[in-house]
Design a protein around this ligand. Structure first.
Ligand SMILES: Cc1cc2nc3c(=O)[nH]c(=O)nc-3n(C[C@H](O)[C@H](O)[C@H](O)COP(=O)(O)O)c2cc1C
Length: 370
C-alpha cells in the first residue's frame, strides 16, 4: 500500500510525457462516456481533435455496440474508449412496486399532457456479459467500467487483447479495489460529477467526496495514473487537477453541450442557465442516485430508495417517458443530468471545445509556472 506522508510528489509532467500520450493520445483530456448522449459523431470528433473520445455503451445492446464502434472507426483511426456498467445479467423486480410506480408515472404524464404511458419492457437492461463480449470484439484502445468490478477472467481477456482498463471510483477504498484487480488507471469521480456516479462499495450518500479531496487522497493511495472527473469545465480546472496529481482530466457536462452530443436540445438549452443550488442527487428517473437538475419531474416524484424500484428497473420504466418528453421539448420532464458547474458549458463544436480547453490549460500551466 502506498502511503506517502512525506512531501507531496511533484506531478507537473512535461506535456509531451503525460500518461495518455503513451496510448497515442495527444492531449491529457478525456471526453467522459455518457450513456445515451455520446454518439459515434461526438466520440470520433473528440479523438480526431487529439483528446480521447469515449462511447458510453451502458444502455446499448451488443450489436449496437459493434455498429457504433464501426461508425467511430470509419471516422478516425485514433484511440477511443468504450464504457460499460458492470451489472448482473438478470434482475428480479418487485412487481407490486413496479405497478404502483407505473400508476404514478402514468398519472404524471396525463397531468402534464403527454400521451405516452409506461409499459413492461422485454428486459430490464441489456446483458452485461454480452455487452462485454461485444466490447472485446470492437477492441477499443481503452475500456472503462462503472458500477462495479469486472471478474478476474474478464480482466485477463482485456489484457490479452491489449485493451487499457480504466476503473471508475468514488472513494479511495474503491480505487484500491481497482488497483488490486489490475486496472491500468483509475478515474476518480468527485461528488460534483454529472449523471450516475460509479459508487459500488458504499451507499451513495457516504461517497459524496469532492474532487479536491478525493484526487490527492487517491494519488497517495495507488501507484497507477489517476484521472480526475467532476465539475471540470475549462482548461483552468484541468491544470488544477494536474497540480493535485491527475494524469488527465475527464469532462462530461462540458461535452454534453456540444452540437455532436445527442442530449435533447431542450436539455442542452437549459445547461448554460443551471443554478448550482438546483443541481441535486436524483433517484427518481433510474432508481440509482445520479446528479442532475431539480426540475418539474423531480419535484413531482418520490426520491428515496424505499419508494422506488431499483436500477435498472425504474430506468427501463421511465425510458419511453423521457424519450417522449425530449421529443415534446419538455426538458422539465426529462433527466437533465449535469455536473455542479454546468453553467460554464459553452456549446461549442467538439473539436473547437478541445482546442479551446487545451489553450486555456496551457495558459493556466504557464501562469502557474510563474
Ligand atoms: C449525461 C451523463 C451521462 C453519464 N453517463 C455515464 C456513463 O454511461 N458511464 C460513466 O462511467 N459515467 C457516466 N457519467 C459520468 C461521467 O463519466 C463523468 O464522471 C462526469 O460527467 C464528470 O462530471 P462533469 O459532468 O461535471 O464533467 C455521465 C455523466 C453525464 C452528465
Amino acid at each position: 500500500m502506498v502511503d506517502n506522508r512525506g512531501p507531496f510528489p511533484a506531478r507537473a509532467f512535461p506535456m509531451h510525457q503525460h500518461w495518455l500520450s503513451s496510448l497515442g493520445v495527444e492531449h491529457p483530456l478525456i471526453q467522459a462516456p455518457m450513456a445515451g448522449s455520446t454518439p459515434p459523431e461526438l466520440v470520433s470528433e473528440v479523438s480526431r481533435a487529439g483528446a480521447l473520445g469515449s462511447l458510453g455503451a451502458g444502455y446499448l445492446e451488443p450489436q449496437a455496440i459493434l455498429d457504433q464502434a464501426a461508425r467511430i472507426r470509419a471516422q478516425t483511426d485514433r484511440p477511443y474508449g468504450i464504457n460499460l456498467f458492470v451489472l448482473p445479467d438478470e434482475f428480479e423486480a418487485d412487481l407490486a412496486m413496479v405497478d404502483r410506480l407505473r400508476a404514478r408515472l402514468d398519472a404524471l404524464m396525463e397531468r402534464e399532457g403527454l400521451e405516452v404511458r409506461t409499459s413492461l419492457p422485454a428486459r430490464w437492461a441489456p446483458r452485461y456479459s454480452e455487452q462485454f463480449a461485444a466490447l472485446c470484439e470492437a477492441q477499443p484502445a481503452v475500456a472503462s467500467f462503472a458500477f462495479g468490478l469486472p471478474s478476474a477472467a474478464q480482466m485477463g481477456e482485456l489484457k490479452r487483447r491489449g485493451i487499457v482498463v480504466v476503473g471508475t471510483a468514488t472513494s479511495v477504498v474503491e480505487a484500491r479495489a481497482w488497483a488490486a484487480l489490475g486496472a491500468d488507471a483509475i478515474c476518480v469521480q468527485g461528488a460534483e460529477a454529472g449523471g450516475h456516479r460509479s459508487t459500488f462499495l458504499h451507499e451513495p450518500e457516504d461517497a459524496m467526496i469532492g474532487l479536491f479531496a478525493l484526487l490527492p487522497l487517491t494519488v497517495r493511495a495507488v501507484e497507477i495514473p489517476v484521472i480526475a472527473a467532476g465539475g471540470i469545465m475549462d482548461g483552468r480546472g484541468m491544470a488544477a487537477a494536474e497540480v493535485l496529481g491527475a494524469a488527465a482530466s475527464m469532462l462530461g457536462t462540458a461535452f454534453l453541450a456540444c452540437p455532436e452530443s445527442s442530449a435533447a436540445p431542450a436539455w442542452k438549452a437549459d445547461l448554460a442557465q443551471v443554478e448550482e443550488h438546483r443541481v441535486t442527487t436524483i433517484r427518481s428517473f433510474s432508481g440509482r442516485a445520479a446528479r442532475g437538475l431539480r426540475n418539474r419531474y423531480v419535484e413531482a416524484m418520490p426520491n428515496t430508495a424505499a419508494e422506488l424500484p431499483p436500477y435498472p428497473v425504474l430506468n427501463a420504466l421511465t425510458a419511453p417517458l423521457r424519450r417522449a418528453a425530449a421529443q415534446a421539448g419538455r426538458a422539465d420532464l426529462l433527466s437533465e443530468w449535469c455536473g455542479q458547474a454546468a453553467a460554464l458549458a459553452r456549446g461549442l463544436p467538439a473539436a473547437q471545445l478541445v482546442a479551446g480547453l487545451m489553450h486555456e490549460y496551457r495558459l493556466a500551466r504557464r501562469s502557474l509556472a510563474g
